[in-house]
Ligand binder design. Sequence first.
Ligand code: NAD
Ligand code: TDX
Length: 360
Amino acid sequence: MKTYLVTGGAGFIGSNFIHYLMRKYDDIFVINLDKLTYAGNLNNLKDIENSKNYVFVKGDITDTKLVDSIFHKYNVDYVINFAAESHVDRSIENPMEFIRTNIEGTFVLLEAAKKAWLKGEQWEEGKKFLQVSTDEVYGSLGETGYFSESTPLDPRSPYSSSKASADLLVKSYFETYQMPINITRCSNNYGPYQFPEKLIPLMINNCLSGKDLPVYGDGKNIRDWIYVEDHARGIDLVVHKGKIGQVYNIGGGNEKTNIDIVKIIINTLRKLLPDGDIRKEAISESNIKYVKDRKGHDRRYAIDSTKIREELGWQAMTTFEEGIESTVRWYLDNSQWLEEVTSGAYEDYYKKMYIDRERG
Ligand code: NAD
Ligand code: TDX
């Protein structure tokens, strides 16, 4: 029986990861520690909230007392640290929380795990700290090339700098104390439960609510998209088979320009919505609006996943065509989820971030 401390488990990837674990294993116990920021949503976990092998703890990963108390109460085997401020645009407007949660929070978790797991000079058997990181720590690519695990870190936004800082702290606990750690660096995820501040759910929501489709700059920036379940499977593999101290890149092998993504969403929605639905007729490429570019906008991300493929036998199993269709279908089938997360504070966020971007 292994006990997982999953932080940020009420967010997009964390909740998909918990669903993945609960489907795959019967003999595990999952503690979900989440502060429930604007991005955390317990509705993402409704179907498992009463499971006997799951417990939710509302709290902040920077709260040393609370984190220590979790390690006292439970015999934690694995820490999977998803908890983070995760949106680049927000980090440009207001970096403070990114520094606090992403750097300080990771430090608090490392210290608590070290206190619990290091007995004299010996680490307890079978423990692991897995830091969920991002390809953005490598910076920005030109038209060619890929990020490998040995690409130098060159983060360019407050968000990616805070993630790179956390990665270095995690690495230092391995180099200095031989703490059993892994770091995974994944490309852009998409799938169910993603908050509609990120490109794909934002465009789906705007199409469905008759809003403009705001594309930053020339729309030719490239991201390497991965279906969230493929990411979850990669993390699970690294937890069980990853060599201690190693970094593993996880990439979708699926590069697309932003403008292509927006057009695919338009076409997918038009295909899935029934004839006669008034939203269907209103969804059109004429709603695309090129708006002011993101400051320091990284041009291209692309991941070389050779290492995790060859060492651990991982590969992405969901094609983009399948993944985007099931994602769009999920948002159509879960309109209440979308309505709930876009009411209240989301309206203010949208006005603040996008009204200024409009070019006239
Ligand atoms: P998200 O914003 O959807 O979720 C983050 C979760 O962390 C939320 O539930 C939030 O409430 C929680 N949280 C925030 N601050 C906290 C704190 N101080 N204490 C406890 N909980 C806190 O993010 P996501 O997209 O699911 O990303 C999860 C992780 O994966 C992040 O570390 C992110 O850097 C990384 N990542 C994301 C992507 C992506 O495409 N979304 C790609 C690669 C890596
Ligand atoms: O309205 C928009 N219009 C637009 O053109 C939004 C929200 C985004 N974009 C562009 C900016 C990026 O080039 O789309 C691309 C994707 O943007 P985001 O969804 O904000 O993702 P990105 O900045 O690439 O970062 C994501 O991937 C790596 C996650 O948010 C990070 O948490 C992860 O580490």
